[in-house]
Design a protein around this ligand. Sequence first.
Ligand SMILES: NC(=O)c1ccc[n+]([C@@H]2O[C@H](COP(=O)([O-])OP(=O)(O)OC[C@H]3O[C@@H](n4cnc5c(N)ncnc54)[C@H](O)[C@@H]3O)[C@@H](O)[C@H]2O)c1
Length: 559
Amino acid sequence: MKQYSTSPDGEKFQLPGPDDYVKEYERLDHIVQKQRKLGREIVVVMGVGFVGAVMAAVVADVEDKNGNPTKYVIGMQRPSTRSYWKIPLLNRGLPPVEAEDPEVAPMIHRCVNDKKSLIATFTYDALKFADVVVVDVQCDYLKESLGDVRNGQTDMNALEKSLEIIAEHINPDTLVLIETTVAPGTTEQVAYPIMRKVFRRRGIEKDPLLAHSFERVMPGKHYVASIRDFWRVCSGINDEATQRVVKFLEEVINTEEYPLTVLDRPIESETAKIVENSFRATILAFLDEWSLFAERNGVDLIKVLEAIRVRPTHSNIIFPGPGIGGYCLPKDGGLGVWAYRHIHGFEDDIFKITPLAIDINDTRALHVAQLARDALRNMGRPVAAAEILLLGASYREDVGDTRYSGSELIVRRLTEMGAELRVHDPYVQHWREIEKQAEYPSPEYSLKRFFRSQDKLSELRVEKDLKQALSGTDAVIFAVRHKHYLNLDPDSVVEMAGGSLAIIDCFGILDDKKIKRYFELGCEVKGLGRGHVKRIKDQVRAEREEMLLALSAKHDDTF
Ligand SMILES: NC(=O)c1ccc[n+]([C@@H]2O[C@H](COP(=O)([O-])OP(=O)(O)OC[C@H]3O[C@@H](n4cnc5c(N)ncnc54)[C@H](O)[C@@H]3O)[C@@H](O)[C@H]2O)c1
């Protein structure tokens, strides 16, 4: 039976059959021979997802002083129904990922169509031609409960399978650079034995040339720069692997301005990534309790943080918003905690802060549903009969990446409580985790399973017209600091909604002037960490009473 893979735009691509593999091998063989004659190194990037697709283009874009490409890059992607479409798209010179960075699309177009230094393929045979293989497949951490990261496990299936396949195909002198974020210990304790075993089976005595260097890529306007023009850490499993990885990264990354850090062992490079992200997750999580403290004691945490931030030692203190999403921060600490027991065999429990931070971040968004419930109640509208508009589906401002966003939990909890949800996001075309909740983030791992009455959410579509989205709504939740929402004027919001409504500010989006105006317009306002709104409400009420008194005095004078 013919199988198809459908791109986000709805274009269907038939998955390759046995004959296609034969033709594809011949095509690659022909291209590679030509490229070798031009003196170009062949780099295969395995996994052309969010990171791999752009890393492949960064490598393909490298040129010598005469402007000629020095590398020929083959992006390799397994032909699954979920991902195959990325290959034909890339081969047309189109990015297979939605990127806000204006550099991504022209760079991929340039490398595929002008420089002709980048192609994509579905056949593992590409690995036979590689001088360097860059591994950018995913390594997930699957959580079995909501808010308990310890109850979960690392899913290394894709990575382990990839490493086995690589070892079956490559030349023993090929450098294999793992860029995937892995559980610390993976390169030496998982990848090395897998590859060595296959090498021995193939009669190869040499050890695989394995190295690790993690990505620090940041979705957003500087996506390419966050790969190419940024500091890297790396390490190889032996001297030869270390020399090779240093040479490769010096050729493709801007190491002159952003020097490399070379660590002794791959476990140190792997640990650096996990500690880096656990640190970030922790400093965000710790503000959750202060956010509740602020709400209950008339404190505006936004202003408190601004006051603290002027101290140079505390300049990176940031407000957490409705949960901490993205692909990395919710999972990376889990990879570390898991590795301690399952890779290194320790039985004791040394981790306290890292799992707690992730658990706090993973559930923080649920409080937003409580704020919406309370604001609606204060207006005499039950949440179960309310129409609620969520502004922002992505996990951070001005990007379209929705992976593990706090917004998803808000939508799920409020839906469970009976509300009708709408969502607006200028950057998101399709909210995969909601629209295709049976498949994303992976089959059986949708957050849907922790809530009831979620089926109808598959029908939810991201609205593009703000006016239409607001019309007739009972509440609006400012969930993400997209630039489109920062300057929304209360009078026009209320006008577009067709009357007063509940306003929930999750990210310090509203200043005091706007909060006051919303109250004057008969709205109810609540916000994460924004205990001072009650003071503003009392002030508006007092001013209104004063005005009414003055009016009635005038009225008494008249009659
Ligand atoms: N996205 C980010 O912002 C970010 C930032 C820093 C680090 N990272 C890390 O980079 C790594 C990759 O992340 P991503 O966001 O690109 O993931 P992704 O899921 O978008 O991409 C992974 C790709 O690998 C492909 N793949 C899986 N098995 C394969 C196989 N056997 N052969 C060929 N292809 C295969 C998948 O189909 C997919 O396209 C992860 O370890 C992640 O933690 C990601």
